[in-house]
Design a protein around this ligand. Structure first.
Ligand SMILES: Cc1ncc(COP(=O)(O)O)c(C=O)c1O
Length: 403
């Protein structure tokens, strides 16, 4: 049969991301492209114990559960945010989702009609751009400097496009790892209020602080919005980068009408996320042998070592014409290529050498992504990082030698 797929799937099905992911499954291939945490740091033993306890508690754990998600885990989250992140959120304001990816998908389905304008921090995560494109949104990129979105530009775009949503990651964005300062956070929130724009705050990397200054939190816009009660911010995040992505447990927290709407759509998509996984996580987080803050500290210590190695490798002669900004958190370095070098062309040349990176075009709504690549330092082991960086550096050097 000749299948006729919906036209909006065309770019998704032909995306270079598919080839990168296929290659990455080969043992001989080195991928610095993906969004994978270090699996050596997954708390496997403690999860094994937690799984035993949870299954021993009776058949209830294998039954359908509440579509909003396992209540004790929602309570754990709101208590954690209350203690550390200055919010006062009721568990009824939280929906547990199948990762942040589903939270993004649900809020876009709930709010965006085909042709509606949506503002996005630029660059941003490829997954967010793909969801917006599938929903037929008109994506408007918003420019940042080192301190956050440029407020004047943002205001112009709000006036011009009357967007419904603004997507951004003020703390350790994918791909730049940058942080907005407090003034910028307040100004952006104020603009969203004045122009009636829902701010979707993706805090997927918010706990991955590579400066290792424990306790020095960057206030979320959600917290600044009347401690989570203002209704202007939908706060989304996930355990994928801090515990393990296979548990597929993320959340959306915000105003009750938005959470209720997303819950209805979630039931259509998958009824509920795995209660079994949510119970497992809850058991782990509340168990006597696990300390959440020590776990984060250990993760951040290891990631900051891996980042240092990548930054050292970037100083080698093969990389001499590239520039980058040291990320403050997250799992990536966003690298600007030598003038005139296109990241998609570079990827084509790198793949046969057995290495991949994320071409910047997949992280940007505008055209400037072609001049950048995103490198992941959290997943590859040290040898892989060394070899992968050499191979990519070599490919860049071959291009620049030809100019
Ligand atoms: C910024 C950002 N948001 C959301 C996601 C989706 O993650 P998950 O669905 O595993 O929570 C990712 C994945 O890497 C990401 O980088």
């Amino acid at each position: 049969m000749r299948y006729s797929f919906a036209s909006r799937t065309v770019s998704l099905l032909s995306s270079p991301l598919r080839q990168i992911r296929e290659n990455a499954r080969l043992n001989s291939f080195i991928s610095l492209a993906e969004e994978l945490p270090a699996q050596e740091l997954f708390p496997v033993k403690l999860l094994e114990e937690a799984a035993r306890d949870v299954l021993a508690s009776g058949p209830d754990v294998l039954q359908y559960g509440e579509p909003e998600g396992f209540k004790p885990l929602r309570e754990w989250l709101t208590a954690e945010w209350g203690g550390r992140k200055n919010t006062l959120v009721d568990p009824s304001q939280v929906l547990l989702t199948t990762g942040t990816q589903q939270a993004i998908d649900l809020v876009v389905r709930l709010i965006v009609d085909v042709g509606d304008s949506v503002l996005v921090q630029n660059p941003t995560s490829p997954g967010c751009l793909q969801v917006l494109s599938m929903q037929g949104a008109k994506v408007i990129p918003v420019v940042s400097d080192g301190n956050g979105l440029l407020v004047h530009e943002l205001e112009q775009q709000m006036k011009l496009h009357c967007p419904k949503l603004l997507f951004a990651a003020p703390t350790f964005s994918n791909p730049t790892g940058g942080v907005w300062d407090l003034g910028r956070r307040k100004d952006v929130l104020d603009l969203c209020r004045r122009h009636n724009v829902l701010f979707v705050e993706d805090d997927s990397y918010g706990d991955l602080d590579l400066n290792l200054k424990r306790g020095e939190m960057h206030p979320s816009l959600f917290a600044l919005d009347d401690g989570g009660q203002g209704g202007q911010v939908l706060y989304i995040g996930s355990f994928s980068k801090t515990i393990a992505p296979a548990l597929r447990t993320g959340w959306a927290a915000g105003a009750i009408p938005v959470i209720e709407g997303m819950t209805v759509l979630k039931q259509l998509a998958d009824m509920q996320s795995s209660t079994m996984n949510q119970r497992l996580l809850h058991r782990l987080l509340t168990g006597p042998r696990f300390n959440w803050h020590d776990h984060l500290a250990q993760l951040n210590k290891e990631y900051s070592t891996r980042l240092k190695l990548m930054l050292e490798l970037l100083k080698r002669p093969l990389w001499k014409e590239v520039t980058w900004r040291v990320p403050e958190g997250g799992m990536y370095v966003w690298v600007r290529l030598p003038d005139g070098l296109d990241s998609a062309m570079l990827l084509k040349a790198a793949l046969p050498k057995g290495v991949a990176f994320m071409p910047g075009g997949l992280c940007t709504a505008g055209k400037e992504g072609a001049s950048h690549i995103r490198l992941n330092f959290s997943h590859p082991g040290r040898d892989e990082l060394l070899l992968g960086m050499n191979l990519i550096g070599e490919t860049i050097a071959e291009f620049t030698a030809r100019r």
